[in-house]
Structure formats: C-alpha cells, structure tokens
Design a protein around this ligand. Sequence first.
Ligand SMILES: *[C@@H]1O[C@H](CO)[C@@H](O)[C@H](O)[C@H]1NC(C)=O
Ligand SMILES: *[C@@H]1O[C@H](CO)[C@@H](O)[C@H](O)[C@H]1NC(C)=O
Length: 453
Amino acid sequence: MITILIIMLSCFSTNSSRWYSASLQNNSAVESFKEVQNFSPILTIDPEQYNYMAAKLKEGDTESKYTNSEHRKQEEHFKYIIHQTQHTTFKPKRKISRCREPPRRLKKLKTDIPRDSRFLDIFEVIEFDHVPCTSSNGLEGLCLHEYDCQKSGGTNMGECADGYGTCCIVQFTCDSRSASPKGWFTNREFPLPTFDRLSCTITLEKAWPEVKQLRLDFLTFELLPPNSGNCEQDQFIITGQDVNNVLPILCGINTGQHVYVEVGNSAGPINLSIQTVTPESRIFAIKITQLLPNNALSPPSGCLQYFQEEQGYLVSFNYRDISDISIGKTSSYLNNLNYAICIQRQPGSCSITYKNAGYMQIVNYDGEGLPILPPRQAGVEIFNCPSDWLLISAVRLCGERLNDGSAVQDFSFDAPVTDSAVGPIMVWFRSDSVYTGRGFKLHYQQNVCLNAS
Ligand SMILES: *[C@@H]1O[C@H](CO)[C@@H](O)[C@H](O)[C@H]1NC(C)=O
Ligand SMILES: *[C@@H]1O[C@H](CO)[C@@H](O)[C@H](O)[C@H]1NC(C)=O
C-alpha cells in the first residue's frame, strides 16, 4: 500500500496559504523512510508557519531557536516537508476564487509532481480545504482531518468537507495549560451562561518561540460592570506579556471587542484569568490567536486594538448596553486607561474622518469636583480635557460632542474630525483614576487621495 501525503490547500488566513498535512498510514513505509526520524503519523503545517520557515531556510538561517526537544523535533519535520514541497514543483491547479465554493472532494494531484521524484514513489498527494467552519456550539473552528484535530488538542464538533473533515475546535477550560496557536477560552457551559463563582485561569505557552502577539476576540463577554470606573467585582486579567505592554483589566460588557497582547519579549507563558465574586450569570467566549511577526492580522507594536477595514467603528470598553443574559450593566468606560487604537491605512487613502456615532461622553472635573464642560458640548485641548480624552490628529477631544472646532465653531454640535497626517493612523484614549462617563462610539472612514494638480 502506498503511504499517503495529503497536501491540503487552504484559504484560511491568506489566499496563497497552503496547508500541508502528511498522513503516513503504513508503518513499514515510515520505517523505510529513515532520513526523517520519528516522523509523526500525521503532521499539519500552518501556512503561516510554513511561509515563515521557508523564508528562514531561504535566507540560510537554519539555526534553531527552540530549546525544547519536542519543538526541535517538530521543526525538523517542518523543514523536511518544506524541502520536499519545494523540490516537487508542486502547483495547485485551483484558483483563489474557489475558496468561497463548497469544499470539494479529495482530489489527487499526483500528476503535478515530476515522475522521477523519489517523493512520488512513497507519497500520494491529495488536496483538501482547511476552511473555517461553525461548530455545533456556534464557535468558529477549522475543517480538519479527524486525526489532525485530535493531535492539535481539538474536539470534533460536527462534519465538514463532505464528511472527510471534522469541524475542529480547541477549547481551553479553567486551569488548563496549552500551546495551541488558536483556540477558544469559554465558560464551561458555553453557549449557556455559567452561574458559578469563577476563579478561572488558562496558561498559554507560545506555540512557537517567535510568536510576537496574541489577538483576543471577544465573541461574547459579559461580566459584572465596573463601580465608578473600577473593575472591583469581576475582572479579566492578562499576565505574562511583555513588561512594557500595560493592559487594562476589563469587566462589564465587551462583546464584539478585541485586544492585542504583546509577547515578543516574553518567554511566556501568558495567563488569562477571569475572576468573579458572586454566583450570578456570566458568559464569555474569547478566540485566542497566536501571531507570528509576519501575520496579516498583526498591528504595529503596542496597539491595543487594530482595525484593518476602510471604515468601521471605534468603541470604548464596556460601552455596549445590551446583555444577552440579563446581567446587571453600567455602560461606562474604565479608569486609568491609556491605550492606542490603530487603523491600517488603505492603499489609496490619504486621510481619515471620524464622526460621533453614539452617546459620546468623556468627562473631566476640576479640583472642586465640578464638571469642566456643560452638558451636550464638545471639549477641545488641555483646558477642556485635562484628564480624560481622545487624541485624534494630535488634538485632545472630550465632552459630549465630537467637534475639534475646525469646521463648525459651535461646540454644541457634532462635527466630523479629519486627520490628514501621514504615517500610522492612531487614536489614543486616556482616562484618569476618577470619574468616568459613557465613553465613545466613533465611525471612521478613510478618504481616497485627491490627485494634486
Ligand atoms: C507498506 O509499504 C511498504 C513499502 O513502501 C510495502 O512493501 C508494504 O507492502 C506496505 N504494506 C502494506 C500493508 O500495505
Ligand atoms: C500563570 O499561572 C500559573 C499557574 O496558575 C502560575 O504558576 C504562574 O505563576 C502564572 N504566571 C504569571 C505570569 O502570572
């Protein structure tokens, strides 16, 4: 029998990504394959990791940064697969547009590999899509071979790819430890809320030493609200990241938000912890993605949030006032915030315009404890906004209207604020240790460049 090498093509993160998955079904064939010691029966390579390794090998950088022998062994396997795939002039026949079509049946690509290749003698090549799928509990998973799923520490939750694949979810539970590059941190009962008092920590090892950032997506996040801007009851705490990456402790409702965690200078592990004080209902499902330096999702260093679309919404934490589980809520931003929201500049964009799209309320008080601005008015610069402010286009903005005074001088009106600065696009938000308001929900729109005449 012929041992099978399944080469999986994927559109999962970037269109050119290819997943390689080697499935050795015949042990005597493995035996005869002495140059790869301890070849795993199944080996899947993330396209991102593949590209990263391939680039490293191309540069002649073969020195391993891994200290863990298990990691080193894996790395040898990856190098081997990269070597093989680069020497077989393998060309996918399929076009990128097929990503949106339903998964196809396994297809042999044997003819794409030169006849004289030694590779061909032992392996058969089959293609299979690693597309995202929705699991039986409503989380995003990846369509994988069942064996790959088990090996990655995942759980099979539903079928995909005409039954050739299984919708694979890696779910982290309280007090678990994992090095999985992607997974979900949820309350145990998800998609139902939990009613337990929680002291729940997951310990995340870096999947590869080169991991630079984590992206956390809050599909659902409902904890008890802050008291006067302080997360005194429930807390979501991240520890173990880079020492200079200060992250806010979060609470309240943050469904739909995301944050990035810098870990490039930390050996790990990184702990994510949910602490609650009372046995009431809470719910959370946080998607965790470990990012290598060249990942398409990676923001510039230090951005807590990153938006890559031409337009969208920037929303402060705990702004949302809708609860799916009827949790007590107080929609307000938090104290002691100091963070950057970054926006990826579109290729043809020269400026960006922000508009108030919600109930903006960024409050400032004087020494006597009186509000500095009257209600329903925009504040600009340091005398209006000494302690809590948004910084857009190097101007401090606060109050209950968004208006920097450049287009409309009546500060009781909202007015679009346009930033035409060159370079990285960022919005900063600061708050001090007392007094908080509702927060902000801004719409941003990148503007196309007008050709200078
Ligand atoms: C396994 O592979 C070896 C060599 O490739 C072959 O000689 C042998 O017959 C195969 N065994 C089975 C059970 O297919
Ligand atoms: C992470 O959690 C583990 C286990 O609870 C603990 O031993 C370790 O000290 C924690 N590390 C950090 C940085 O909080």
